[in-house]
Ligand binder design. Structure first.
Ligand code: ZN
Length: 189
């Protein structure tokens, strides 16, 4: 298959090193920047697609270093809106305990779609919820990442028991055991 070349033409502004004139835009070839064009410059070879970027600013993809994709589904749930952290957590534990594979897949896709729409192309997700039946949580997230074509660092999140055992206690059964949660399995693929 021949290479796909996309010209992001004449953006309002381009994020480049100071000495580089990027006013003519960028040529993307198979997902990589192959040319940075100065004002008035044409691509070296014809492009398959042209994106008129006159109303757009071109930036490198933003990076989100701390996310919990699964929480996307309960973010606007009435009983916890505007709650302080600990009451928020305690109210949500019984809800999160019923997380299903389909719900996690949906939450992950919604979370990443929101990130992509805001210019974020790489996210680190700290997943720590492994109730019974959700041992494949990381696999589910990997599938969602691949489906959306985003970049992600999926990591096993953790939670301190902290000074308030009353808060952390109900969470413990949801954390799973210390065994494989998919990270090792995925890393070996
Ligand atoms: Zn967190």
């Amino acid at each position: 298959m021949s290479a796909t070349r996309i010209w992001i033409k004449n953006p309002l502004a381009t994020f480049t090193p100071e000495a580089v004139d990027g006013r003519g835009g960028l040529v993307i070839e198979n997902g990589l920047i192959s040319e940075v064009l100065a004002a008035g410059q044409q691509p070296a070879r014809p492009c398959d697609q042209l994106f008129d970027a006159r109303d757009h600013v071109v930036l490198p993809g933003l990076i989100n270093t701390h996310h919990h994709f699964y929480q996307t589904l309960t973010r606007a749930w009435g009983p916890v809106v505007n709650q302080p952290l600990f009451p928020w957590l305690k109210t949500l534990y019984p809800v999160w305990a019923r997380l299903t594979p389909d719900a996690l897949a949906l939450a992950s896709k919604v979370a990443m779609a929101e990130l992509l729409l805001s210019g974020c192309t790489l996210a680190a997700d700290h997943h720590y919820l492994f109730p019974r039946g959700m041992e494949e949580s990381i696999d589910i997230q990997v599938a969602a990442v691949r489906e959306l074509g985003m970049r992600a660092m999926l990591t096993r999140g953790s939670m301190s028991r902290g000074a308030d055992p009353d808060c952390a206690g109900p969470m413990l059964p949801l954390l799973g055991d210390r065994g494989d949660h998919g990270g090792e399995r995925q890393a070996s693929r």
